[in-house]
Design a protein around this ligand. Structure first.
Ligand code: 13P
Ligand code: SF4
Length: 312
């Protein structure tokens, strides 16, 4: 039953509000399936940033987490950006406070700061270039040899990039609470049960998982891979929300979520899952919670994000 003040037909009401506000709904692959199905566009962090920068809508409803909505505001400052739940954060962003990051920079003079998009606007403002998991290798490949680099805040993605590119980087010690949860031991068990299945993993996973993976990539790269691979079953080592698009676009293929260490639903991001269809409706109806940033922050954080877009 719908909560008080919430219409029974949420889908139709959201469609009406979308017209009334001239809004676009952008959703990340880790959102619950109902939200993905309502969205105008579902994508990874890079695609969502591009959409936010290019939209002709007046209002961007961001079904994702706080740093993604902030990035949308920075790229489209004249638009109203709504986030269904303001508490939808990210363990990587929370583990990298701007003051500590400023000290990290000071400790490494002469280093270029390449920073993963999973961080606050304040940390972006202190960075040289932003990257996502889909463009990080390409960006690092454009940095002159000999230029020293610091990479924050994900040490797993950073370590993966060091191994892939052969570039030394000083890494910030952050992790994603979802991707560090996969159990090597349980994974071995599942692989024995499904010897034909490919293991696919997001680079935020620990090295022990990435070393065994048949394919490593961002959420959109993982999705493209399952769509084009000859394999018919896959063990998926990333947040379980992506499986919705995999099942929708690959009928007849089997997707097995990689097992977390504990008997829990830890492969569901607790931040991403704070957003619900009901909260999506309410944020559009009430036009709040809204992302607001001062003009100085928008300008300082915008420079390294635009550098990323130009280098991608
Ligand atoms: P991508 O969708 O860019 O691969 O990022 C994954 C993620 O963890 C977002 O929080
Ligand atoms: Fe952050 Fe991990 Fe959740 Fe992505 S899945 S939003 S990296 S905590």
């Amino acid at each position: 039953m719908a909560s008080p003040g919430v219409p029974a037909d949420l889908e139709a009401s959201i469609a009406d509000l979308k017209k009334e506000l001239n809004a676009v709904i952008l959703a990340h692959y880790y959102q619950e399936p109902e939200i993905q199905d309502l969205a105008d566009f579902v994508g990874d962090s890079l695609d969502l940033s591009r959409r936010a920068a290019d939209t002709a809508a007046d209002v961007i409803v961001f079904a994702g987490v706080h740093f993604m909505a902030e990035t949308a505001k920075i790229l489209s400052p004249s638009k109203q950006v709504l986030l269904p739940d303001l508490d939808a954060g990210c363990s990587l962003a929370e583990g990298c406070p701007a003051d500590d990051f400023a000290r990290f920079r000071e400790m490494h003079p002469g280093h270029l700061a390449i920073t993963y998009i999973n961080c606050s606007a304040a940390v972006k403002a202190l960075s040289d270039i932003i990257c996502t998991s889909s463009n990080a290798e390409k960006i690092i490949g454009q940095i002159p040899a000999g230029q020293k680099i610091i990479f924050a805040p994900d040490r797993n993605l950073g370590g993966y990039l060091v191994r892939k590119t052969g570039r030394e980087m000083v890494l910030w010690e952050g992790t994603c609470i979802v991707h560090e949860t996969f159990s090597e031991k349980k994974l071995l068990g599942i692989r024995m049960e499904h010897p034909e299945a490919e293991l696919i993993a997001h680079p935020e996973c620990e090295k022990v998982i990435l070393d065994q993976a048949d394919f490593v990539g961002s959420t959109s790269a993982l999705l493209r891979h399952v769509q084009t691979s000859d394999a018919t079953s896959f063990i998926v080592a990333t947040e379980a929300g992506i499986i919705h698009q995999m099942e929708k676009t690959c009928s007849g293929k089997q997707f097995i979520p990689a097992p977390p260490e504990e008997s829990c639903a830890c492969n569901n991001c607790p931040y991403m899952k704070l957003n619900t269809v009901e909260k999506l409706y309410l944020c559009m109806k009430n036009r709040t919670p809204e992302i607001n940033l001062d003009a100085g922050m928008i300008s300082r954080a915008g420079t390294p994000i635009r550098r990323m877009l130009a280098m991608s």
